[in-house]
Ligand binder design. Sequence first.
Ligand code: KIV
Length: 259
Amino acid sequence: MKKWNVASVRAAKGVRKLGCCTAYDACFARLADEAGVPILLVGDSMGMTMLGYDTTLPVKLEETVSATAAVARAAKDAMVVADMPFGSYQCGDDLAVANAVKCIQAGADAVKLEGGARVAGLIRRLVDSGIPVLAHVGMTPQSVNEYGGFKRQGKTREAADRVLADAKAVEEAGAFAVTLECIPSELAAEITAALKIVTVGIGAGPVCDAQWLVMHDLLGLNEKAPSFVKQYAQLAGDVRNAFAAYVEEVAAGVFPARR
Ligand code: KIV
């Protein structure tokens, strides 16, 4: 299989739906890559899944760069997308481009950032600098303080029109794909039909061109997952049982066995 890139992701629209997920380290990135996941997102969700925070806001650029390098070392065919953390693209476009360059130099094939019309100028600059951008509209978790919680967006016609306008703005600015997070399925379908670029849904129903799942939700490592998640394994229990069996066997003198 040839490595996924901007052209092959674009070409998938209307031809093949893409099941994509997050990855934050080389071990799981290798397994996902071998399984054929086309896009691995080094999501700022790592703040919650890996680092124990309640939101994505505390994630630092250095943490994203280090995780991106690990995922990129393991991913042979998957496209690797670095999710620019909060604070890395809000303090002026020059700094944002410099920070995106750090992600690309760490091995990312593209960057993702949150926002619609208000980041369209930055997306244009990044794309003009040779940095592919995967945009993110709808519920943008870095705006959690603005929303007062992780709240579904686009519920009224007026709010839906704002999300649609944001999606059109990022397409117009040159993004090659756009994440649609936690919006009504009908709105996601409307946006998917209106755009030429790939829509990647999460909590946005079945009509999007592609889907994201957070790796920990998909694998059942997070026991409490959002209602839209499908768990393809229940690893939390298996992992806990393996640790417990090890502790018990050492205590009982069963492991290690005499040789
Ligand atoms: O960080 C993340 O996991 C995301 C998801 C919405 C895909 O941005």
